[in-house]
Design a binder for this molecule. Structure first.
Ligand SMILES: *Cc1c(COP(=O)(O)O)cnc(C)c1O
Length: 400
């Protein structure tokens, strides 16, 4: 098996080297205030000789940090299944990752890559969760982490960064400003950048969620048949694809990772086709949904939403995510802050899963479009960050 970077735009291939981030000719088309051009994907050819549930990854296992990332639970929320009329509704719960967010999947692979290549420092910009994630994973791996974080990031995320012992550089401005400062730092010092989308491993690390979904949905199908006494008639399946996956979207890296996972699963012959992916965005930060409707990205609109982790002016992976959504006929749903806060409360009170506002954009999105779905379809709603990460946001939802 051979790993390399490939530009999904022009097809150019590059060796997987630490100082390689973008496709040069495509990146030359970059315009100010637009999503990144020339984002690269990790690609592989040859035979994958892993086990039936293994995930092909571009870093050797022994270099991955010693903490339990991924393999998060798939919930069967019975009360909400009954109430919504969707008996095959599932939650993929990444609130219980080591640092409390989905970002750990990306940080884990980037840290492993650094260890494999003898790199000792990683820098990044973040709205909060990527910073706390890279700091925690870096602590386990013994890496120096430098984060560029807007001053107004929720306090829990800042505290995590400091507790994990990372170097915190507070930025007087938005995430977009932090992104540029962090890139300038990496360019000046040669430190490995974990900036989301810019480093192709951030997308690749996030694909693991799709592999877990098809494995765990197969187990759930077997349990369901056992309960109803139909196990004997059920043909054995090792993998079951969801029909719909709801993803909260800011920069568009999680959703691209979800697509990459399903693409790999099709390539490996584990599933037949890529499911319908729903891009769930906050009304006050909905650049990708707008680009889907308008056929491309226009001038940035200043973001304004309580959902801080999906609040971006320019979605860094917007162009790449848009091309995937177009190719696989993905859909968009936009929800208001009021809908997000109501979704957060409903989820907590009726399933026991307490998740931060950004994360709940997916549940709010499902609630908004569920009448257009068939009740017998298999639905996975992805929950990406712990409710404890943004107490101020949760208080607002309670009217306190
Ligand atoms: C980062 C983040 C997202 C959005 O991921 P993108 O890759 O920026 O689209 C969603 N939910 C949570 C909790 C996050 O931290």
């Amino acid at each position: 098996m051979r790993w390399f970077y490939r530009c999904p735009g022009c097809g150019a291939e590059y060796a997987m080297e630490p100082d390689r981030y973008l496709c040069d000719p495509c990146a030359a088309r970059q315009r100010a205030d637009r999503p990144l051009e020339g984002v690269l994907e990790c690609a592989w050819d040859g035979k994958f000789d892993g086990g039936p549930d293994d995930v092909p990854l571009p870093v050797a296992r022994e270099f991955l940090p010693p903490l339990p990332v991924g393999n998060t639970p798939l919930w069967e929320p019975n009360r909400l299944r009954e109430e919504t009329g969707f008996p095959r509704l599932f939650f993929k719960d990444d609130t219980c990752e080591p640092t409390g967010s989905f970002k750990d999947r990306a940080s884990y692979l980037v840290a492993g890559f650094a260890k494999e290549r003898g790199i000792t420092e990683i820098a990044l910009a973040s709205t909060g969760n990527a910073a706390s994630s890279m700091s925690g994973i870096g602590a386990a791996a013994g890496l120096k982490i430098t984060v560029f974080l807007p001053k107004k990031a929720p306090v829990a995320k800042r505290v995590q960064v400091l507790q994990y012992g990372a170097e915190l550089r507070e930025v007087d401005g938005t995430y977009d400003v932090a992104f540029d400062q962090s890139l300038a730092y990496s360019k000046a010092t040669g430190v490995l950048s974990r900036n989301t989308a810019y480093n192709p491993l951030t997308i690749e690390g996030k694909k693991t969620v799709s592999f877990e979904m098809v494995r765990d949905l197969a187990h759930a199908r077997e349990h369901e048949a056992k309960r109803s006494g139909h196990l004997a008639e059920l043909p054995k399946k090792d993998y079951v694809s969801p029909d719909h996956v709801f993803v909260p979207v800011g920069d568009g890296v999680i959703i691209a990772g979800v697509y990459k996972g399903f693409e790999d699963l099709v390539k490996l012959g584990r599933i037949q086709k890529v499911p319908t992916i729903w891009c769930c965005q906050a009304e006050g930060s909905s650049a990708i949904a707008r680009a889907m409707a308008e056929g491309g990205f226009g001038k940035p609109v200043a973001s304004d939403t309580i959902a801080d982790s999906i609040s971006v002016d320019v979605p860094r992976n917007g162009a790449h995510a848009l091309s995937k959504l177009t190719k696989y006929k993905g859909k968009a749903v936009v929800v208001t802050d009021a809908e997000i806060l109501a979704a957060q409360k409903e989820l907590a009170a009726k399933s026991g899963l307490f998740s931060e506002p950004s994360s709940c954009a997916s549940w709010a999105g499902f609630q908004k479009v569920k009448n257009s779905l068939r009740p017998d379809e298999t639905i996975v709603v992805m929950l990406t960050g712990s409710g404890l990460k943004d107490i101020a946001g949760a208080l607002k939802g309670l009217g306190l």
